[in-house]
Design a protein around this ligand. Structure first.
Ligand code: SF4
Length: 371
C-alpha cells in the first residue's frame, strides 16, 4: 500500500468527498461555529475518545466557564476536572489545563496555529495538531485520526497488520490525498465520512462517494478492513466503594492518588477488597454505621481494566463522623462537586432513592445548570 497504488487521482478523490460533504456534512455542531483555534482544540480533545452526542453538552458547559485560554489557565485543576466529570479519560482534562498554562507562559496567551507548536502541547498528537491548524486557518495539514484511518484502510483494502509500517503508509497516502486548497472543508469532510458513512460496523457503502473505487467494498466484506489488532484480554479488577453518609445527607469523598485508576479524581473511598465495610467505617469514622447495605454491583470498563464495583451504603448515626480520620470532604449531592468525579460515582449519587440519607436524587452535573 502506497500513494502510487491509489485507484483514483487525489484531485478526484477530494472532489468526490467534498461533493458528498456539501450535501451530507455536519455544520451545526457548536465547535463548528468559530475558527478560534482554542475552541477547536477543546473540541478535538473532547472528541478523541467520546461520541459527538455526549461531547456537545460538555463542550457547551466548558466554554461557558472557560471561554478562552486565559480563563482555562487561571482555573484550578479541580475546577477543570469538575467540568470533565463523567467524560472519562481524565488525562485529557489534565493535559488541557497544562497546555493552557504553557500557552500563557510561553506563547504570550496567543493560541498556536502551526502544526509544530501545536504538537508540542501536552495531549496533542500529530493528527490533532493538523486538525486544529487546518480547521482554524485552512492550512494544508494532513490528519489521520481513527475515522480517516478506517476510510483509507478500506478504500485500499489494507490488510497489513497494525503497526508502524502500516501507519507510515497510511500517513503517506493521507498526505498525498490532502488538497492544497480547501483543506479545512476536506478535513471536516473526511472526519464526517468516517463518522457517519464508513462506520466501524455496517458501513453505508451505498451512500459513499468512494464506493465505485473502494477495494474493501468490492470484496463484499468492508468491515474486515483495515485489519484490527487481535483481541487482548483485559483483566478484571474487583473493588469496594464505600458511600459513607452523615445525618445531613452529605457523602464523604476522597481524592484518588495521582497515579492509578481515576488518578486525581474525587471518589467514594475504596475499601480493601477483603475488609468488612462496617469494620472499615468503625476504624476510620470512629463509630459503626447505623445502617450498612450492599448496593447493586456496577460494571465499568476502562482502557486496560474491567471494573467490578461493589458499592456499600454506610449511614452514620446522628452527630457522628464529623471528623473522620482520613483526608477528604463532606459533599452534599446536588451542589458543585469539589473537583472531577468519575462516571460510576456520578451515577450512583444521581440514582440514590429519595428516601436515602442522600435525599432526593440530584445529578452532580445538574449543579452547573443547563448546558
Ligand atoms: S465504500 Fe464502504 S467501505 Fe469503502 S470507504 Fe465507502 S463506506 Fe467505507
Amino acid at each position: 500500500m502506497s500513494p502510487a497504488d491509489l485507484p483514483l487521482a487525489p484531485a478526484t478523490f477530494a472532489a468526490r468527498v467534498l461533493a458528498w460533504f456539501e450535501v451530507n456534512g455536519r455544520r451545526d455542531l457548536p465547535w463548528q461555529q468559530s475558527r478560534d483555534p482554542y475552541r477547536i482544540w477543546v473540541s478535538e480533545i473532547m472528541l478523541q475518545q467520546t461520541q459527538v452526542a455526549t461531547v456537545i453538552a460538555y463542550y457547551q458547559r466548558f466554554m461557558a466557564r472557560f471561554p478562552d485560554v486565559e480563563s482555562l489557565a487561571a482555573a484550578s485543576l479541580d475546577e477543570v476536572l469538575r467540568h470533565w466529570s463523567g467524560l472519562g479519560y481524565y488525562a485529557r482534562g489534565r493535559n488541557l489545563h497544562r497546555a493552557a498554562q504553557w500557552v500563557m507562559i510561553h506563547g504570550g496567551g496567543r493560541f498556536p496555529v502551526d502544526v509544530e507548536t501545536l504538537q508540542a502541547l501536552p495531549g496533542v498528537g500529530r493528527s490533532t495538531a493538523a486538525a486544529i491548524a487546518a480547521l482554524s486557518t485552512g492550512a494544508r495539514a494532513t490528519i489521520l485520526d481513527g475515522n480517516v484511518k478506517r476510510v483509507l484502510g478500506r478504500f485500499l483494502a489494507c490488510d497489513a497488520p497494525p503497526g508502524t509500517a502500516r501507519d507510515r503508509a497510511l500517513w503517506a497516502t493521507a498526505t498525498a490525498l490532502t488538497p492544497a486548497q480547501g483543506t479545512d472543508a476536506y478535513t471536516q469532510a473526511m472526519m464526517d465520512l468516517g463518522a457517519t458513512c464508513c462506520t466501524p460496523r455496517r458501513p453505508r457503502c451505498g451512500a459513499c462517494p468512494l464506493q465505485s473505487d473502494c477495494r474493501a467494498a468490492r470484496t463484499g466484506q468492508p468491515e474486515d478492513y483495515p485489519r484490527r489488532p487481535s483481541a487482548r484480554t483485559v483483566p478484571e479488577v474487583a473493588l469496594q466503594l464505600l458511600a459513607v453518609t452523615d445525618a445531613d445527607g452529605r457523602v464523604w469523598l476522597e481524592r484518588r492518588p495521582p497515579r492509578g485508576i481515576w488518578g486525581g479524581m474525587w471518589c467514594l473511598p475504596e475499601g480493601p477488597p477483603d475488609a468488612a465495610p462496617a469494620d472499615w467505617c468503625t476504624q476510620w469514622f470512629g463509630t459503626p454505621p447505623e445502617r450498612c447495605a450492599a448496593l447493586p454491583e456496577i460494571r465499568h470498563v476502562l482502557t486496560h481494566r474491567r471494573l467490578r464495583i461493589q458499592p456499600w451504603q454506610l449511614a452514620l448515626p446522628e452527630g457522628a463522623g464529623e471528623v473522620p480520620q482520613r483526608p477528604g470532604v463532606w459533599y452534599l449531592p446536588g451542589t458543585p462537586p469539589p473537583g472531577g468525579m468519575v462516571r460510576p460515582v456520578l451515577d450512583l449519587l444521581a440514582q440514590w432513592p429519595a428516601s436515602s440519607p442522600f435525599g432526593p436524587a440530584a445529578h452532580p452535573l445538574d449543579a452547573f445548570g443547563p448546558a
